[in-house]
Write a protein that binds this ligand. Structure first.
Ligand SMILES: Cc1cc2nc3c(=O)[nH]c(=O)nc-3n(C[C@H](O)[C@H](O)[C@H](O)COP(=O)(O)OP(=O)(O)OC[C@H]3O[C@@H](n4cnc5c(N)ncnc54)[C@H](O)[C@@H]3O)c2cc1C
Length: 434
């Protein structure tokens, strides 16, 4: 893929001003794509660049994840998961009633026809997702932030026939995957625990040593091309005949186009514009353990546990354990016990843990919580607002915002330009909820 730095298209748009609201990995990619196309871009965020959900995630370019989260098997597993204090899913009693409408839609998306359509739409986004990052990271001098060594999904007590079925399921969806026995898995990752008997090796996925650094590197590159960043919280958005007005506490600003990329915080901004967005903050946690100077990285690639539903990623000077889902709304304080429990799970997946853990010195580990912007059909919203031709949405990327960031930027660039898009955009339109 080239960067589309075509001088004629850049010239055509360079008098038009675009605001991108939200500087997570999705907003940064949209801002960069538009700046490359020649728009004058302003990126706004109430915090800083990458300070929302894009900061402490697992850093996995998880293009193999093409199956929607709403799967019927969950119905049987969910009660056990909710009762298990170390379980991967938690629902706060206080949030229970608020979450009911979202869960009803989630269950509805378990229907076979919906799952098949949603999976096709995820495949379309994930197919070229990593390729879209490569030229951007290269232009930003940040190629080192994308490591292409694949990833493992490891199994402890899943029956072999179920592992085989999962392998075929991924192959059927066009995913490059190899089924490994214990010896083959150990040849790739010698530090796996005795519990692990098989693994799926996703050969074409990647990871990063620092997801926050990807946001900042791409934003710095966009700034070098002329993008402006402002720290400000947007209260509301209005479209007049010729402009979009962005209202903030102290100020209002006018633009030709606006892209809303406010992740899990998008509901009210969209409601004010007249759009219903059934978004939940699907809170996830990470536990990052610093490695000693002389210590080996312990893994070469991300290792996810099929049963424990968490992932271990070797990062720059840290080992990061990430996962878990907690439905407790946007504003409840983080429950760091959920980050700590990831360590207990890692003890069953890795043979050797970082020295700091062995010395019982985990206080230096960083516990982090991020709000995944999740919609009940596991698809993002990437579209022109149906009743506002100058406003665009790029939000709701659930577990895949890092993975789908660059492809979302490319598609938003095409939508804002009014050009044909690389893929059919109808599955991602907000009209599916309105
Ligand atoms: C534990 C965990 C592990 C994960 N692992 C992976 C992974 O390995 N791979 C992957 O692809 N994805 C992963 N994800 C998901 C990924 O992190 C998210 O999908 C992604 O960060 C969402 O990006 P975003 O830009 O949409 O949202 P955010 O990064 O949350 O950015 C939204 C921004 O909007 C700003 N904002 C909100 N409202 C306003 C307003 N009114 N005015 C101004 N600014 C506003 C916020 O301050 C924030 O900075 C993981 C998530 C978690 C929690």
């Amino acid at each position: 893929m080239n960067l589309n730095l075509d001088a004629s298209s850049a010239e055509a748009f360079n008098t038009q001003k675009v605001v991108v609201i939200g500087a997570g990995i999705v907003g940064v990619n949209c801002a960069l794509a538009l700046q490359i196309l020649g728009y004058q871009v302003t990126l706004l965020d109430k915090q800083g660049i990458g300070e929302g959900c894009s900061k402490g995630n697992a850093g996995h370019f998880a293009t193999e994840q093409v199956f929607p989260l709403a799967e019927p098997a969950l119905l049987m597993q969910l009660p056990k998961m909710l009762l298990d204090p170390l379980g991967p899913v938690a629902l706060s009693a206080k949030h229970f009633f608020k979450a009911i409408p979202w869960f009803l839609q989630f269950f509805n998306n378990m229907r076979a026809d919906k799952r098949a359509n949603n999976s096709t739409a995820l495949q379309a986004l994930n197919k070229q997702a990593i390729e879209h990052y490569k030229p951007l990271l290269q232009a930003a001098n940040a190629q080192h932030l994308l490591v292409s060594k694949g990833s493992l999904l490891v199994f402890e007590n899943t029956a072999y026939k179920d592992v085989l079925a999962m392998h075929s399921h991924y192959q059927g969806a066009g995913i490059a995957v190899e089924l490994l026995d214990r010896e083959q898995a150990l040849a790739l990752e010698p530090n796996l625990h005795d519990n692990i008997h098989h693994a799926l090796f996703f050969t074409e996925v990647g990871h990063t040593g620092d997801p926050l650094a990807i946001c900042t590197a791409l934003a710095e590159y966009a700034k070098s091309l002329g993008m402006e960043f402002k720290q400000a919280a947007v209260d509301s958005i209005r479209q007049s005949e010729s402009k979009v007005v962005i209202n903030m506490e102290q100020d209002s600003l006018c633009f030709d186009h606006c892209v809303v990329a406010t992740g899990a915080w998008s509901k009210n901004l969209l409601k004010d514009l007249g759009y219903h967005l059934p978004i939940e903050a699907e809170r996830g946690y990470s536990f990052s353990i610093p490695l000693a100077e002389t210590e080996s990285p312990l893994l070469s690639r991300p290792v996810a546990s099929a049963e424990r539903k968490f992932i271990i990623t070797p990062m720059e000077k840290i080992l990061r354990l990430s996962g878990t889902v907690e439905y407790a709304g946007l504003h409840t304080k983080a429950n760091n016990k959920r980050a700590d429990m990831l360590l207990k799970n890692a003890e069953c997946v890795l043979d050797k843990l970082p020295e700091q853990v062995l010395k019982n010195d985990e206080d230096n580990a960083e516990r982090w919580m991020g709000c995944r912007p999740s919609l009940p059909d596991s698809l993002p919203v990437i579209c022109q607002a149906p009743a506002h031709n100058k406003i665009f949405f790029a939000l709701g990327h659930q577990h895949l915002g890092l993975t789908q960031g660059a492809v979302t930027g490319k598609l938003i660039g095409q939508l804002v330009q009014g050009q044909p898009t690389d893929i059919d955009m109808s599955p991602y339109c907000i009209s599916r909820f309105n």
